[in-house]
Design a protein around this ligand. Structure first.
Ligand code: K7E
Ligand code: CUA
Length: 641
């Protein structure tokens, strides 16, 4: 019996990787032994979780979830007083967004590992995350935009992070009939400059394009550096029943924008200043505090004012993905209603522009001839192409949503050399460095939309599934499935060595400039200012200073300003207070964070540390005595008396 099981007990596995020797060789490829570390970091968008998740490759182990656009009780992001300003917008405090596309900063077209940029789709925003602290350092709202989808993509020296609007809207926003969309709505493409020293963002200009949908985009690189390419759909400018009405045109466009030319125009005083209102939120690592500033003006550029800067490349069938190969020569448009991929040639595009071979215009923007700019067609045999990434040996890899597969093909010959199924309905894919001038190859991660039978069922909702393929050989090999969190769209990956050495271990207490910091325990105190009570508190294994507080009254607003005095790597302390209308906070070594409590009931209420920090973690607790509003009890605090 046992023997039979041994011989025939192998799970068949529907993917061809599940049997015998094949499975064990796949296992070896993804096996990172206990105590060993992964070769690559992978940053997966969290989609409707609003956050970014960090995985190791090839193990598929999840290391961290970085809160960006969504409140996150695990760290207190968006709940602590210091981080609430990060989620401020012109619509007020917006504690959620839909995050699609991460992109790592580059120098000379190669990943440099300083920052990662991501987009918020819903209430248009761009965020910059430090790859030293793995914290969100900056969020800038994008005015005149809606469904900020063709974002956040980085030019090859991180000059700009580029954000295009998916939905055209009235600019400026106003009360008008929806069916007057055509010709009246605009599509804003935003160019946000990045300060090379500290990464600070500045919305430099917006190109006010016709009211199409700008779906995805990629920067030129190498020879096409200075250009940026956007796929469009709904060039019909329909405003209802889009699935039919925006699929009428046989071809939509890829918009080619010469941003260097527009930058020059703007630097010479071109463009129109327009009144607006958007939030710019910056986190300061020394004060451990975010501040939100409202900006009232934006510089807009009418593309017809800058001749030679904007062109349309006809591209079949409502293209979704818009990808540029590592050489910068080929621009790949994935017509999502088509079987074929259209590849445009940058060189041919320049020649056609030079020769002024136009095929009409749209709103004053010249349209190039399809035949003049096309480099080739990939006859894939698949259905529903979405996104393409590249390896370092001249191969491209495209996902096909409808036929559920990754197709490998050769640049320049356009021939398909391999295809492997995905499980199921793949969206984006990612190769470490696969959208830069220097892809690292080795693995493709396919991020799927439908999971079904890949894991044990977990009720009606399954986490999305990602798959790792080994691409080091001629044929791709599926080697691993792993669950992801939220809905990953795009992802970015880089070698672990690029980040590991710069990863911050602690915040130095002697550099803490938080106005409510307590840099030595004898500064701990409680102060009253009207009905506000400020508790200056410190933590160290395993107590709070102070841990007994009296004189708080019902109706007070109590601020716990907690400074963690640990100076060891990976020793946070947490804080939570009974009856608090917020989340706990997790305070990193050397950091100060603030948690608010508005006591509603008289009593003696405990607080405690939420992070199991030492053998005496359970002893890390304290009490606040809350007296009636009219009580006559002086503030007092103590520790061990
Ligand atoms: Cu194709 Cu938002 Cu990039 Cu999803 S998008 S898959
Ligand atoms: Cu500090 Cu547990």
């Amino acid at each position: 019996m046992g023997l039979t099981l041994l011989l025939f007990g192998c799970k068949p596995g529907g993917d061809g990787s599940g049997n015998g020797a094949l499975a064990s060789s796949a296992a070896e490829k993804v096996y990172v032994a206990p105590g060993e570390q992964d070769e690559f970091y992978a940053f997966l968008s969290g989609g409707y979780s609003g956050n970014l998740t960090v995985y190791g490759l090839p193990s598929g182990r999840m290391f961290k979830e970085i809160p960006v656009f969504s409140q996150f009780p695990t760290s207190g992001y968006g709940y602590s007083e210091e981080t609430k300003p990060m989620l401020n917008t012109s619509h007020g405090f917006i504690p959620w967004d839909d995050l699609h596309h991460p992109d790592i900063s580059q120098t000379n077209g190669e990943l440099d590992g300083r920052w990662i940029f991501v987009n918020g789709n819903n209430t248009p925003r761009i965020a910059r995350i430090s790859l030293s602290t793995f914290e969100t350092e900056e969020i800038i709202e994008i005015p005149n935009s809606a469904g900020n989808h063709s974002s956040a993509f980085i030019t090859e020296n991180t000059e700009y992070v580029i954000a295009g609007t998916r939905f055209a809207v009235p600019v400026p926003q106003r009360d008008m009939p929806i069916n007057e969309y055509k010709g009246n709505f605009k599509g804003a493409l935003s160019f946000i400059s990045v300060n090379p020293e500290d990464g600070r963002l500045d919305l430099k200009f917006q190109v006010m394009m016709p009211g199409f949908n700008y779906d995805l985009s990629h920067p030129g690189r190498g020879k096409s550096h200075g250009w940026h390419f956007f796929s469009t759909y709904n060039t019909e400018e329909a405003n209802s029943l889009m699935e039919v009405n925006s699929s009428q045109n046989d071809k939509d466009f890829i918009a080619a924008i010469n941003w260097k030319k527009i930058e020059e125009f703007v630097n010479n005083g071109g463009g129109t200043k327009m009144a607006t209102n958007y939030a710019h939120n910056v986190y300061n690592e020394e004060t451990h505090t975010g501040t939100s500033t409202m900006v009232k003006e934006v510089l807009t550029v009418d593309p017809t004012e800058v001749p030679g800067a904007v062109f349309f490349l006809p591209t079949p069938k409502s293209p979704h993905g818009c990808d540029v190969d590592p050489s910068g020569e080929y621009i790949i448009g994935a017509g999502k209603l088509s079987a074929d991929l259209t590849v445009h040639s940058f060189t041919k595009m320049l020649e056609a522009i030079e020769a002024e071979k136009f095929d009409g215009e749209a709103y004053g923007i010249p349209i190039l001839k399809f035949e003049d700019v096309m480099a080739g067609v990939v006859k894939s045999g698949g259905l529903g192409p979405l996104h393409t990434e590249f390896d370092s040996s001249g191969n491209a890899y495209t996902t096909f949503f409808i036929s559920s597969e990754v197709v490998k093909w050769k640049l320049e010959t356009w021939e398909v050399v391999d295809r492997k199924p995905t499980f199921y309905s793949v969206g984006h894919l990612m190769i470490p460095g696969g959208n830069s001038r220097k892809p690292f190859g080795k693995y493709v991660v396919a991020m799927n939309k439908i999971t079904k039978d890949r894991y044990l069922p977990t009720g009606p909702e399954m986490e999305h599934s990602a798959q790792i393929y080994d691409i080091s050989g001629e044929k791709m090999e599926l080697i691993y499935d792993f669950p992801t969190h939220g809905e990953p769209h795009y992802a970015a990956g880089c070698p672990a060595d690029l980040l590991r050495a710069n990863s911050k271990k602690i915040y130095r207490l002697d550099e803490n400039k938080h106005p409510y910091a307590v840099t030595s325990p004898d500064q701990a105190r409680v102060e009253r200012n009207g009905n506000e009570v400020h508790i200056y508190m410190s933590t160290i294994r395993s107590h709070f200073t102070p841990d007994n507080i009296e004189g708080v009254k019902v109706g007070d607003k109590v601020y716990f300003h907690i400074t963690n005095h640990e100076q060891d790597f990976d020793v946070p302390h947490g804080f939570s207070m009974l009856g608090q209308n917020t989340s706990e906070i997790l305070v990193m070594p050397g950091q100060t964070k603030t948690s608010v409590w508005e006591p509603k009931q008289v009593g003696v209420w405990p607080f405690y540390c939420t992070d199991f920090c030492s053998a005496l973690h359970q002893e890390m607790q304290g009490y606040v005595r809350v007296s009636p509003a009219n009580a006559n009890i002086d503030l007092s605090w103590s520790l061990g008396e």
